[in-house]
Design a protein around this ligand. Structure first.
Ligand code: UGA
Length: 435
């Protein structure tokens, strides 16, 4: 099938390359000329494992194209995915839908034939109805359908998640649109991946309900971790012990410095606002929004505590800046609140991250960015593991200890055991274990 993807962000780019990989002819459109020019030279706008090779292979096969020309992309196309950003609106935390509405209007103006418009962006329940009115108003004579098909991929595992999904959720209101969606996802259905057809509003809400549930799980385990520290319990054991119950599950029970990224913080907040607007407040989600915000900042106090609150003038080496490994994404990364909190207490910060430094520069000021772990910890009083990159799972302890001025190592991802680190001469503190 011939497919257009509007918006070449994380979701649009990954969806485009994966749909071409399974045999569709895909044209990805973006207003950003620079981004499109670079993609046409195989320069990726984001870091994501396997992405660059797959883009190159599918471009070479002639099934994947990048353009700024929407009309050309829509020519002879049966289906257009909208995958534009829906950031938090600064004034009130609602999802800002201006890019979705603008894309709908442009598609309506440029559509050459009947079209199924598929919303892949994360949008509040009811947005499909709004998009339907926009298209109807712009092109009353056009035959079109609006479908909701949220994306559940994780950054850092985006290709794998798209190609081997737990499920595909499709919100449709007509048999024609359902048939088009079935054709698009036929290669996945053949492989046995579950496809769930529901109505459009159910599909839209499912995305927010899923992300908020996962965020809830994380906020919960993080609060239990805090309790562990004062009652002499170990969060790793608690996580294992509860995770082996198949009703709870072993995933998303790793305590850490709080969740970040472009999705959980914005989606939990948007769901809170939607629920409030409908006078059905989701109080649990309201609480995790504040619990997680508090936690990220509290991590700087935890580090200070390890230094007997003598932070002024200390050099603190931060290992890991991105919100999680295998991405260069800095959005809502815990490292931002942690570093700012430490700077407010007078610390000097050096930082190393395998992929995130360029992006970090626009979020953080007065940080000395380093090219390696050892350069980062040179003369440091404290080293802090903030992101669990593989590189940090096998730290060169002896060399680090020799370079550091003092011996404090704070591990906010629980990568190590205290006794191993003590044997290397470190004062070690992690998350959710007795203080
Ligand atoms: C999340 C969801 O997992 C995806 O299913 C969803 O499609 C995506 O949002 C989205 O809405 O686009 P993502 O933000 O890429 O994906 O990252 P996750 O792997 O879910 O991690 C989110 C945060 O939770 C990170 O800060 C991570 O460090 C933290 N986390 C995750 C933990 O602290 N502990 C865990 O056990 C797991």
């Amino acid at each position: 099938m011939k497919i257009a993807i509007i918006g070449v962000g994380y979701v649009g780019l990954v969806s485009g390359v994966c749909l071409s990989e399974v045999g569709h002819h895909v044209t990805c459109v973006d207003l950003n000329t620079q981004k499109i020019d670079k993609l046409n030279q195989n320069i990726m706008p984001i870091y994501e494992p396997r992405l660059s090779d797959m883009v190159a292979a599918n471009r070479a096969s002639g099934r994947l194209h990048f353009t700024t020309d929407l009309a050309a992309a829509l020519n002879k196309t049966d289906a257009a995915f909208v995958a534009v950003g829906t950031p938090s609106r600064e004034s009130d935390g609602h999802a800002d839908l201006s890019q979705v509405y603008a894309a709908a209007e442009s598609i309506a103006e440029q559509a050459a034939k009947p079209l199924v418009i598929i919303n892949k962006s994360t949008v509040p329940v009811g947005t499909g109805d709004e998009v339907e009115s926009i298209v109807k108003e712009a092109r009353p004579e056009l035959h079109f359908d609006i479908v909701s098909n949220p994306e559940f991929l994780r950054e850092g595992a985006a290709i794998k998640d798209f190609m081997t999904p737990d499920r595909i959720v499709i919100g449709v209101e007509s048999d024609y649109a359902k048939a088009i969606m079935a054709e698009i996802y036929a290669p996945f259905a053949q492989e046995g991946y579950p496809i769930l057809y529901v109505n459009r509003r159910t599909s839209e809400l499912t995305k927010y309900a899923a992300n908020s549930y996962l965020a809830l799980k994380l906020a919960y385990i993080n609060e239990v971790a805090d309790l562990c520290e004062v009652v002499g319990a170990d969060i790793k054991g608690v996580s294992k012990g509860i995770g082996l119950d198949s009703r709870i599950g072993e995933k998303f029970v790793n305590a850490g410095p709080g969740y970040g990224g472009s999705c959980f913080p914005k989606d939990t907040l948007a769901l809170v606002r939607t629920a409030q607007d409908h006078e059905r407040p989701l109080r649990l989600i309201e609480m995790i929004v504040s619990s997680n915000g508090y936690r990220k900042r509290a991590m700087s106090r935890k580090i200070a505590h390890m230094c007997e609150n003598q932070i002024k003038g200390k050099k603190i080496a931060i290992l890991g800046l991105t919100f999680k490994p295998n991405t260069d994404d800095m959005r809502e990364a815990p490292s931002i609140s942690i570093i700012q909190g430490l700077q407010d207490m007078g610390a000097k910060i050096s930082a190393y991250d395998p992929q995130g430094i360029e992006n970090a520069k626009s979020y953080l000021k007065n940080v000395t960015y380093c090219k390696s772990i050892l350069a980062c910890v040179e003369n440091a009083d404290v080293a802090v593991i903030v992101t669990e990159w593989d590189e940090f799972r096998e730290l060169p302890f002896a060399e680090m200890r020799a370079k550091m001025r003092s011996s404090v190592l704070v591990d906010l991802r629980n990568l190590y055991e205290g006794k191993t680190l003590n044997a290397h001469g470190f004062d070690y503190q992690c998350v959710g274990r007795p203080l």
